[in-house]
Design a protein around this ligand. Sequence first.
Ligand SMILES: *Cc1c(COP(=O)(O)O)cnc(C)c1O
Length: 828
Amino acid sequence: MATNNKSNFPLTASITAQTFKESIIKHLNATHGTDINKATNRSWWDAVTSALNEHVHSSLSQTQRTYFENDTRAVHYFSLEFLMGRLTGNNLHNLGLYDVAKQALNELNVDITELVDEEEDMALGNGGLGRLAACFIDSLATMHLPAVGYGIHYEHGLFRQEFQDGHQIERPDSWREYGNPFEICRPESIQEVPVYGYVETKFDDNGGISKVWHPGRVIKGVPWDVPIVGYKGTNVNILRLWESRASDFFNWDVFNAGGYHDAHKENVEAETVSKVLYPNDDTDAGKELRLMQQYFFSACSLKDIIKRYQRVHNDDWSHFSTQVAVQLNDTHPAIAIPELLRILVDEYGQDWDYAWTICRETFSYTNHTLLPEALEKWSVRLFEKLLPRHLEIIYEINQRFLATEVEAKWPGNDLVKSKLSIIEEGNERMVRMGNLSVIGSNKVNGVAEVHSALVKTDLFPEFDALWPEKLTNVTNGVTPRRWLKACNPSLSDLIDRTVGDQWPTNLELLRELDKSADDLAFQKEFMAIKHDNKVELAKVIKELTNVEVDPSAIFDIQIKRLHEYKRQHLNLLHIMALYRRLLQNPDYDMHPRVFIFGAKAAPGYALAKDIIYAINKVADKVNNDPRINNKLKVVFLPNYRVSLAEKMIPAADVSEQISTAGKEASGTGNMKLALNGAITIGTLDGANIEIAEEVGIDNVVIFGLTVDEVKAVNKAGYSPWDYYYGNPEIKAVLDWFETDYFTPGKPGELASIKHSLLEGGDPYLCLADFDGYSKAHQQINTKYTDKRGWAKSAILNTAYMGKFNSDRSIQDYVDRIWKLKPYPVKNA
Ligand SMILES: *Cc1c(COP(=O)(O)O)cnc(C)c1O
């Protein structure tokens, strides 16, 4: 394999395998107290990360100094989740040191792929939203843009998934149990955050009113910095994650009063705030601890930003919004809006209108979902208990907004006012975080064209009428460094040889591959790489599930959180239909197919867990049925996460993107798979629409109801029973769920799925889309049989995915929202 072109990586051009090896050995001894004879895999990994960090840390200091000396405007990406995955391979690649490290380790008889497998994923997120944040901070650093990621330093990330007799079991994730070499603790930047208590109204001698919040307790935020290495290593940005601790101040009070036990209890409670990531992909509204997490990290981050701002500007707030942009990743950090207002008004005595203008110029908000259950609301009661002053401020923001802006546009219209109000009236009054986010932001974006259109027409139509410029679109993207260069080295090497090696920072260059799409030799090479990747994945499948799969079968992959709207159960219905066709007709014409799943279900989401169980039970039966001649296999890989995605995606022939139209905001898994040459079978939903436009309608297989058709069906009154009685195959498959065919001796174990699709009303229209889906799969089968046609389509998928890189997304944010300038660091 070609080594990296040294001129691409001037910073590390002088590092050779020999010098890197010496550095590893030095750190094995001097830093980690062992030697080459005793070193375990873990110590080798430690030593490699130390050798690597020499370069990371020096660029980190220079980058931060450059930003400070230039007093740069910066974006601050607030996100409750950062799904980082592993960092060793990524950082080696981004510094151009991967091949050097590989050779150095080889000379030390250590296999680099085994070594990087030592690393626990940093899984501080659930799925797409958290992974997007991780791709974005990679792009920001690569594009030399001043940026800080802010989030929570969860002690336990997303749970580890195991299967017991096909059931999902959740085990705690302990990603830093034995330390993590990529994070740096910064005690000098600790912040304190007040919570609970009451608000006192004070009158001054002139009859003026001020508010004083007397908090009930204080939580300490300890920052941990993870260096984010841009490609080529020029700029290294920071991801700053806050860990909660009990405030010393509070503890000692209680402790000195003789309450050791109570002091300890306060400690435990404070530390609980950053203890675990909520494992729900949509919402956890209602949980006090969740609101506490949101406020804790937003408040720590704002204080951190203000401290940095004041080093230059002291108490002159007139430059704040020109220096500081804050992007809210969903409504989770929306509490930052009233928090900034509170700081400016209560702590720095600024005029309300002035402070509010600064807030609105500072914040922007990204909407990620239209699902009603995922739109955050907090009860006024809970707010009042935890954040009494913020509740007052929200009331005031709301009252002024309704009385001025809404009244001017819709005089006397109480209906519009009740829709746009931050407060929802009802049995229990609620604070609507979506409305707060729109009202307090200067831009609001959806994450794919169709999604942003629906945000305007269905979710926030009145806000769009009020502020026609505010709602906009930024289509998501994925970083090609992790999702092609690092995860698929053989394909990357072929691309280097075909279009040159500049594509990792200019993905549109892949377009040149279309000239080779008809070339037989190139097709063979491209498909040989796909086959090799499938051989590798087959080994992983064997290791994890003990199922043997044939790499010459079609690898058909659905990987994403388990959710009804993503319709893993539609995939399952079709698999069962195929199985039945094979049982009824052993000569049924199909190329052998392996259906591969990866998905975690939220622990409290019963139906999602039932779907996992059903797929596992059907898999058991199908995989051990000699009658079907290995034409069909089903595997569910446990513990889907970033590092497993990196092994699955390069091996995919088919990418399942089958959400009900209008439900998936964008999707990013669809982008990763197509980029690696998988052909999408998908609905016209989220970014699938734009992918189809880019790669061409001949190179995807589209089926199912459109957004408008879904609306029409629901309006007319949808009855799944029509499909049950109208299509004998659907009836047979659904009835199968009630038997003990897949769960011998235990009939009814899978009945909840049938029930949800019939009595439950099939809210995601699986049965309505079944026939189209089934025909789309026949199209896939026919297409695959034409080897050259398939190869051409696969190549064109890779070639035409340039738009979907996260550098383009970030450039859109820069142009439309952040107005940032790049500062490439001149390294010594
Ligand atoms: C990309 C990614 C996702 C998002 O997948 P979608 O198909 O867009 O829902 C979720 N989890 C992991 C680990 C990912 O890498």
